[in-house]
Design a protein around this ligand. Structure first.
Ligand SMILES: Nc1nc2c(ncn2[C@@H]2O[C@H](COP(=O)(O)OP(=O)(O)OP(=O)(O)O)[C@@H](O)[C@H]2O)c(=O)[nH]1
Ligand SMILES: [Mg+2]
Length: 505
């Protein structure tokens, strides 16, 4: 496969449609396309073509003598370097029949084109300097965007917003490096040239900048893949029933056997325009069974990664057991960072009088926790102290006192839960075209590595390491940042990235 081949592919979605677009790119695009095209019955030569003009005509099968007409089409010609790929390119708009599309591709291949690999048009655009790597990835994100927030992130990245920030960051680091190199140049004379205060200052701004970008990943990732909502609790509390009810389909296996769900099951669902990723998990219980144990470890991991945790309790259990299960969940959630929604399930078959006891016991437990601590503090409990005792601040404890009853089998309860999810999670910022949110794992990892290298530099400076060692870590940081936009890259990385694109893009 040579990058000098002329390539072709169907650029529109598969299946029948009103029209479809076939794309050709490479040196011989004009010549090859014109071999199978007739305008008013006449063949045109590449020199006859005025680029950026649409030509109406017919695709002709020139191989068998009879020359049957395949389709009425419009051909548009783009002259290098002013095309998406930066090469001579042609787009054929034909009727969207599967047969017509395949036939045109076949004719082009007979005449010397080769079928494009996935993402090959974008890869050529990158190689020819039309887009940097982050922008090329934004093209794929734009195509797969399903809501406004995802779309905005992709557009900002495509316009170069993210790349500009990286350039900014890079130039800060280059300044740093040159200060250090100045010192290196004079190291023979044993002079510490670089002003270390200035170095610290530059380093801190760079670290802050990277920190802002890496922090945005949680949000960017939530927007791209859905806000993670983990449904957790002991076995048999109805987690899988709840997942199915939310999705409106039988996605997970439900049974009254404890430990039915062994692995996590994830499915996205849109509530009032916001995408959530619901995660059904293996029920938490003591077990010696290896596979179930692995599943439960995954549950704990999912709890820590989720933005919202739905703690599901089984209302048919005793009050004591319910409270114990409730405490187990609360202890695993970081209520300062995560939203916790506690639900007592199976209200349809639970003993209603238990609700009162449960509420009272719950309140009693909280009240006694308060009172014990308030006594210790002479009648006044600070937020910090409350946090050190309970892992929660006062406000959150009040929030936790409210828990609700529901039945996963009652559609009305499911609707209420959905709206409570929607309204309790209001963190999504208004994303305008200028907000940079990191939403790509590759970018996040590169930024994290860059941050680590910069922290090394800082440590090194604290420990008075020599300039050449510091410069080495700085170069590492520059390398990682450069890898995001593709200033430094290798074939394997490129194949990996573009291989995930669709054919024709
Ligand atoms: N009556 C009633 N039964 C329920 C409700 N929710 C779940 N169930 C039943 O409870 C049993 C367990 O439900 P599952 O959804 O499999 O429970 P789970 O929490 O996923 O269980 P594991 O996967 O084993 O952890 C099934 O028999 C369900 O039909 C409910 O709200 N009311
Ligand atoms: Mg289950």
């Amino acid at each position: 496969m040579s990058r000098h081949d002329t390539i072709c592919a169907i650029a529109t979605a598969s299946g029948a449609g009103a029209i479809a677009v076939i794309r050709i790119s490479g040196e011989d695009s004009f010549g090859t396309a014109l071999l199978i095209f007739r305008k008013n019955g006449k063949k045109l030569e590449p020199n006859d073509i005025e680029p950026y003009k649409a030509y109406y005509g017919q695709i002709i099968d020139t191989v068998p003598e009879k020359k049957p007409m395949i389709d009425d089409v419009i051909m548009t010609f783009y002259k290098s370097p002013h095309s998406y790929t930066g090469e001579d390119s042609v787009e054929i708009s034909c009727h969207g029949s599967e047969f017509v599309k395949q036939k045109i591709l076949e004719l082009l291949c007979i005449r010397g084109c080769r079928l494009a690999e996935p993402g090959e048009f974008s890869k050529r655009a990158f190689i020819n300097g039309k887009l940097d790597l982050a922008q090329a990835e934004a093209v794929a994100d734009l195509i797969s965007s399903q809501n406004e927030a995802e779309h905005r992130i992709a557009i900002n990245q495509l316009k170069g917003g993210f790349s500009n920030e990286l350039r900014d960051l890079r130039s800060k680091l280059v300044d740093l490096t040159s200060l250090l190199e100045l010192e290196l140049d004079f190291s023979e004379e044993d002079v510490e040239f670089a002003d270390r205060t200035k170095l610290y200052e530059l380093l801190d701004t760079a670290l802050k900048h990277i920190g802002k970008l890496t922090d945005s990943f949680r949000m960017g990732n939530a927007i791209k893949h859905g806000i993670p909502v983990a449904i957790v609790g002991e076995t048999n509390t109805g987690k899988s029933t709840l997942l199915n009810a939310i999705l409106g389909e039988e996605r997970a296996i439900v049974s009254d056997i404890e430990g039915t769900t062994r692995d996590t099951i994830e499915e996205t669902f849109n509530i009032e325009g916001t995408m959530y990723r619901f995660i059904d998990t293996a029920g938490i219980r003591e077990t010696s069974e290896t596979i179930e144990k692995i599943g439960i470890e995954r549950t704990f991991k999912k709890i820590s990664e989720a933005d919202i945790v739905i703690g599901l309790l089984d209302g048919t259990k005793s009050v004591k057991d319910i409270i114990k299960a409730w405490k187990d969940i609360v202890n695993r959630v970081n209520v300062l960072k995560q939203e916790l929604i506690i639900m007592v399930n199976k209200s349809d078959i639970m003993d209603a009088t238990k609700m009162f006891t449960l509420n009272d016991d719950y309140l009693d437990y909280m009240k006694s926790t308060y009172e014990k601590n308030i006594e210790k503090h002479g009648g006044y409990m600070t937020d910090e102290y409350c946090y050190s005792i309970t892992g929660m601040d006062l406000y959150d404890i009040h929030g936790l006192l409210t828990f609700s009853y529901m039945s996963a089998k009652n559609p009305e309860d499911i609707e209420n839960l959905k709206s409570s999810i929607r309204h309790r999670y209001t963190d999504i910022p208004q994303i305008d075209g200028n907000t940079t949110l990191v939403s790509n794992l590759r970018h996040f990892e590169a930024l994290t590595h860059a941050k680590e290298s910069l922290e090394q530099v800082k440590n090194g400076m604290d420990n008075k390491l020599s300039a050449d060692l510091l410069a080495e870590d700085l170069r590492q940081a520059l390398y990682f940042i450069g890898s995001i936009t593709g200033e430094v890259t290798n074939g394997e990385v490129l194949n990996n990235i573009f291989g995930r694109f669709c054919i024709g893009k």
